[in-house]
Ligand binder design. Structure first.
Ligand SMILES: [Zn+2]
Length: 878
């Protein structure tokens, strides 16, 4: 799965208007009851008992009058190793259940929560379950969406992580794989797709060929008024799907998307030695998707913000390419060879993430992928790895499927990928790929564990993989690498030592292979590759190769970004950064420097003012647009949380001027101009309001800048947060852009207005309105808190902690996770907020999802308080 986009620029805004109900009114508003999640022990027991032979699924989505339920019939053939035993099958949100096991009718009343007991199993069994299942509007199960632009209806299935049981009764675990045959009855005129290739039999009837063995979580389908485009590559039929209202935008990018798809297939075939195993390859862009994308076998689903309807920069196109490559890597990592249980989630995500970046950088036009990884993506990993909830890349045990959802974080993705990059470097790429080919051949169509992977890699290298895995995969947290440098009288390095330190709670020093670069005049003058081996040097590695080398303006540990570690600079180098950073030619080296300063600020080692000063000096010259975007996003957040309120306006002002300076340097109409304009808007304060108003009114837009839908909403949101927009103007903008995205943006703008009545309405909707779709709820939550509205929103700080447990009990996991995180009072950097969070955490029976969110965001508050103390200290000293 691909996580949701991380940057605010590309994170979709939400909502159909909460009041007009478009996209929501036809959906059942019932709150989901929380049901027990399958435990690791239960899964192991059931896998030991059963062999599933086949799923035969028949869905009926014709009900024109019934927009709340669909018909689901499944026939499951399975063997039982201990005849006479009892097990259970899962189904959620089902009514009118009829179940027949080996010709025997089961009592539907025996269905408790999501489990239907199957007593008295024979050696060979046939189970038929027929039920009326609920559509969802939260991106879980079979999602139903009505396009506010044209009223067209779209369905898509999201089975991950244990939501296949919302679509059909199944043994919902990763290591019970079976071929899946599907048939769908749909309204005439709809397009329908599923995992296997289709035959359209009668008008509205679709039959799909059986798949190779797959787990339930990879089963998906699409049905609706989808726009379809087809092509073919190397014998693989390729198709793309999107909503009709996005057709022109998809068609415009068809060539690019197919080119990336083709290039990735070729490279994976070359690397993996096993051909793509699922026949045809469909990629569908679907509405209101929770994640970035999902790797359903043969039918990948993507959030449809990846169909760009407004101008974008190379950063967004690179991200889309990376997600395409990521999902395709899953066809091998996860789909051909599947983890046995969720504790090996990293076998899916870390590999897909690593391969996604690697292959995009290697074989597409987007050679800068690893540079983006160095700032935004790894920053996400470092942050997650230092929170109270940190966990190893490969945890020893994940107790149940519900808890597995919480590990879709910067550790399973970014850290895992960085660690694999380090592994390939440490054992050599040929050995790495040979080990992977062995793994695919040995476990094809089956399941595997960390141990199996190490065994396969061990056939190709004599390195101590078990020791490596223990240090890197089984232990949490990130270490810090810091150079200690002495120079002689002639301006040469007398000595260079790299010190590795680990946090006290996780005192593991690790082996690293990394580059050290010496820069002068903006260019790399000298580079060495060194091994840090704490077993030999106890964490202080002397770099003998640099002794006597002419000292540079900058010594960069981890040059080339092979390592996963926080990097610090020698003190004189850091002091010179505002001068040195903009002069450096290599975008990856600049990315590492930005990353180093950002996490030094996060650690309260460097005051946020120093970061703002660096932005003022170096951002206007930053030509790598993903870096520009990620630095602006992280810095604005740092200012809003780490600067005391009285200093925020000045800091934002300095950032806004850097954004304007970057715009001045950019060609009119260029992507760089767009990136700079977005950065400026994100930082804009009261002094900028009239300028932004001129952009929006078309009276004084910057020459060449296209004020298209997304940029208009971006500006309107900023003006709304500053108090310069009324309801009527938001309504008018929505009339102008009556689309799914327009509806979400309108909701965010409404939530952002500093109007007490509007805030009260929005808060009530977030907490109480169970009919809101996942995206509308998220859109409202993402607009609600604004850093300049502290007094106005103060009463809601305590309400968050009082009311969120209730919401967590009523709504589904995806909604709880997004809303609890986004509606958290992150700008209320006060000891009282932290105390309220701690009280919530100490109450019994807090839902695990809410607990995870609050424990981590409380830690972010703790960091913000520390950063403010540091800033105050510097202000006093200065
Ligand atoms: Zn993934």
């Amino acid at each position: 799965m691909g996580p949701a986009a991380l940057t605010t620029d590309t994170t979709p805004a939400i909502v159909a208007r909460a009041t007009d109900g478009l996209g929501t009114a036809s959906i059942i508003g019932a709150y989901a009851r929380s049901v027990p999640s399958l435990t690791r022990e239960e899964a192991a027991e059931r896998a030991d008992l059963l062999v599933v032979r086949e799923y035969d699924i028949d869905l009926d989505v014709t009900g024109a009058a019934d927009t709340t339920h669909f018909g689901s019939t499944v026939r499951i053939q399975f063997s039982c190793r201990r005849p006479g035993a009892t097990t259970f099958v899962e189904l959620k949100e089902a009514t009118g259940v009829e179940a027949v096991l080996n010709g025997r009718r089961l009592d539907p009343a025996s269905l408790v929560d999501n489990r239907l007991p199957l007593p008295g199993l024979a050696a060979e069994n046939e189970l038929v379950v027929r039920a009326s299942m609920a559509y969802s509007n939260t991106g879980e199960g079979l999602h139903r969406f009505t396009d506010p632009g044209d009223g067209a209806v779209y369905l898509y299935g999201q089975s991950f992580l244990d939501d296949a049981q919302r679509i059909f009764a199944c043994f919902d675990q990763a290591d019970l794989k079976a071929p899946v045959t599907m048939a769908v009855s749909a309204p005439p005129g709809w397009e329908v797709a599923a995992n296997g290739p289709a035959t359209r039999t009668a008008n509205g009837r679709w039959e799909f060929a059986p798949t190779p063995p797959i787990p339930p979580y990879l089963v998906s389908l699409l049905a609706g008024a989808y726009h379809v485009r087809a092509d073919e590559h190397d014998g693989i039929p390729l198709r793309l799907f999107c909503r009709r209202s996005l057709a022109a935008h998809l068609d415009k990018d068809l060539q690019e998307i197919f080119d990336v798809t083709r290039a990735c297939f070729d490279r994976y075939h070359e690397m993996f030695g096993v051909r793509y195993p699922f026949g045809k390859y469909d990629q569908a862009f679907v509405p209101e998707f929770n994640a970035g994308a999902m790797e359903n076998a043969g039918l990948v689903t993507f959030r449809d913000e990846y169909v760009f309807r407004s101008s974008v920069t190379v950063a967004e196109r690179q991200e889309r390419a990376q997600v395409i490559a990521h999902e395709m890597a899953h066809m091998w990592f996860g789909n051909l060879v599947t983890m046995r249980w969720w504790d090996d989630l990293w076998l899916n995500e870390s590999f897909a993430e690593y391969m996604g970046y690697r292959v995009v950088a290697e074989v597409t036009q987007f050679h800068g992928a690893w540079t983006e990884f160095a700032v935004g993506r790894k920053g996400w990993g470092y942050a997650a790895d230092q929170r109270p909830s940190t966990h190893p890349v490969a945890p020893e045990s994940v107790p149940d499927a519900g808890l597995a959802l919480l590990n879709f974080d910067g550790i399973s993705y970014a850290k895992g990928a960085a660690v694999l990059r380090q592994l390939a470097e440490w054992i050599g790429d040929e050995a790495f790929l040979a080990g992977l080919r062995h793994h695919f051949t040995r476990h094809a169509y089956g399941n595997a564990t960390l141990d199996d992977l190490l065994t396969s890699l061990g056939t190709a290298t004599s390195r101590d993989l078990r020791g490596w895995a223990d240090a890197w995969l089984r232990r949490a947290e990130v270490n810090t690498l810091r150079p200690h440098v002495t120079r002689d009288a002639d301006g040469r390095y007398a000595s260079v030592t790299v010190e590795q330190t680990a946090p006290p709670a996780h005192p593991t020093l690790r082996p690293h292979r990394l580059g050290i670069g010496v820069y002068s005049g903006g260019s790399l003058r000298h580079r060495v590759l060194v091994d840090l081996d704490p077993a030999v040097d106890a964490g202080r590695t002397a770099v003998a190769e640099l002794a006597g080398v002419e000292a540079g303006e900058l010594l960069l540990v981890n040059d080339g970004d092979l390592a996963y570690a926080k990097i610090r600079l020698d003190e004189p180098d850091r002091a010179g950064l505002p001068r040195i950073l903009p002069s450096i030619v290599d975008p990856l080296a600049r990315a590492l420097l930005w990353s180093s300063v950002l996490d030094s600020v996060r650690d309260a080692e460097v005051p946020v003012g120093e970061l703002v000063a660096l932005c003022a000096a170096a951002l206007p010259a930053e030509t790598e647009l993903a870096t520009f975007r990620d630095v602006v996003t992280a810095t604005v957040r740092a200012v809003d949380q780490y600067c005391p309120p009285e200093a925020q306006a000045a800091a934002r002002g300095a950032l806004a001027r850097a954004g304007l300076a970057a715009m001045v340097r950019a060609e009119p109409g260029s992507e760089r101009q767009l990136a700079a304009a977005r950065g400026y808007v994100a930082c804009a304060g009261e002094d900028d309001a009239s300028q932004l108003r001129g952009w929006l009114d078309d009276s004084s837009p910057p020459p060449g800048l296209r004020m298209d839908e997304e940029l208009r909403w971006h500006v309107l949101l900023r003006l709304a947060a500053l108090g310069h927009v009324d309801e009527a103007e938001i309504d008018a903008e929505y009339e102008r852009d009556r689309s799914a995205q327009g509806a979400e943006h309108a909701a965010t703008c409404r939530a952002a207005r500093p109007d007490p009545a509007a805030k009260a309405d929005v808060w009530r909707a977030i907490i109480e309105d169970g009919s809101l779709s996942n995206r509308i709820a998220l859109a409202l939550a993402s607009g609600f808190w604004q850093p300049n509205q502290g007094e106005l929103t103060r009463p809601y700080v305590s309400r968050y902690f009082e009311q969120m447990p209730g919401l967590a009990a009523r709504r589904t996991p995806a909604v709880v996770f997004d809303v609890a995180r986004t509606a958290f009072p992150a700008y209320s950097v006060e000891p009282e907020t932290l105390a309220a969070a701690e009280r919530l955490l100490s109450t019994p029976d807090v839902s695990p999802t809410l607990h995870r969110v609050v424990v981590d965001l409380a830690d972010e508050l703790r960091r913000a308080l520390a950063a403010r103390r540091l800033g105050a200290g510097h202000a006093a000293a200065g």
